[in-house]
Write a protein that binds this ligand. Structure first.
Ligand code: ATP
Ligand code: MG
Length: 194
């Protein structure tokens, strides 16, 4: 990867506005540099489809060993991307019966070798409202308190990823009605801001 190229992993809890903000940041960045936007789950699903899996729900029901292999293949594809800026939209963890399951375990961080780690955050009450009002998706309802905990836990987890990889960790706030400011914040972190 050339000196100034960026491979940024962007995380945030469901409904915080990652996809919205990243799309705008990519628009801003692509005016000057070749920018690619990838959704980790979509890459995994593309790989799963090659082996005959028909839906994302079906993918989640595959044996854990199979899901791990899909995760690794997706990470390798990201590592191989040569564009100036590669932005990866992903989740830092999913809540399971066993506890928080990491979306970025060390073995995947090692493969992807990110240059930047960025967490999108927002006010917990605003996140509750965004989940409720977004009719395009089915997200879990959660209390403000539970969301506050998930945000706190996200910071700890991404800070750990930063220590392990040496990639800087930036926190970007996505306040209500200010998705463009959050996008500009991401563009700035990636070296293209004013
Ligand atoms: P997931 O992890 O579930 O994919 P996400 O973090 O990608 O969630 P989005 O789909 O981008 O979240 O946004 C969730 C909802 O919040 C959408 O309806 C979106 O339009 C809205 N939204 C995003 N950012 C803002 C903002 N700054 N102000 C108001 N609404 C917002
Ligand atoms: Mg999304």
């Amino acid at each position: 990867m050339a000196g100034n190229n960026k491979r940024a992993i962007i995380v945030g809890i469901p409904g915080v506005g990652k996809t919205t903000v990243i799309a705008r940041a990519a628009e801003m960045l692509s005016q000057k540099r070749k920018t690619t936007l990838v959704t980790y789950g979509t890459l995994m699903f593309e790989e799963a489809q090659k082996m005959g899996v028909k839906s994302r729900d079906e993918m989640r029901k595959l044996p854990v060993s199979e899901q791990r292999r899909l995760q690794e293949t997706a990470a390798r594809r990201i590592a191989d991307m040569k564009d100036d800026i590669v932005i990866v939209d992903t989740h830092l963890f999913i809540s399971t019966g066993e506890g928080y399951y990491p979306g970025l375990p060390m073995r995947l961080l090692t493969i992807m070798n990110p240059t930047n780690l960025i967490m999108v955050a927002a006010d917990p009450q605003e996140i509750v409202d965004r989940r409720r009002n977004d009719s395009t998706r089915v997200r879990d309802e959660a209390s403000v308190e539970a969301i506050r905990n998930d945000l706190d836990f996200s910071k700890m987890m991404l800070a750990s990823c930063s220590v392990l990889t040496g990639a800087p960790f930036a926190l970007v706030l996505n306040d209500n009605g200010k998705a463009d400011d959050a996008a500009a914040g991401i563009a700035k972190v990636l070296g293209e801001g004013k």
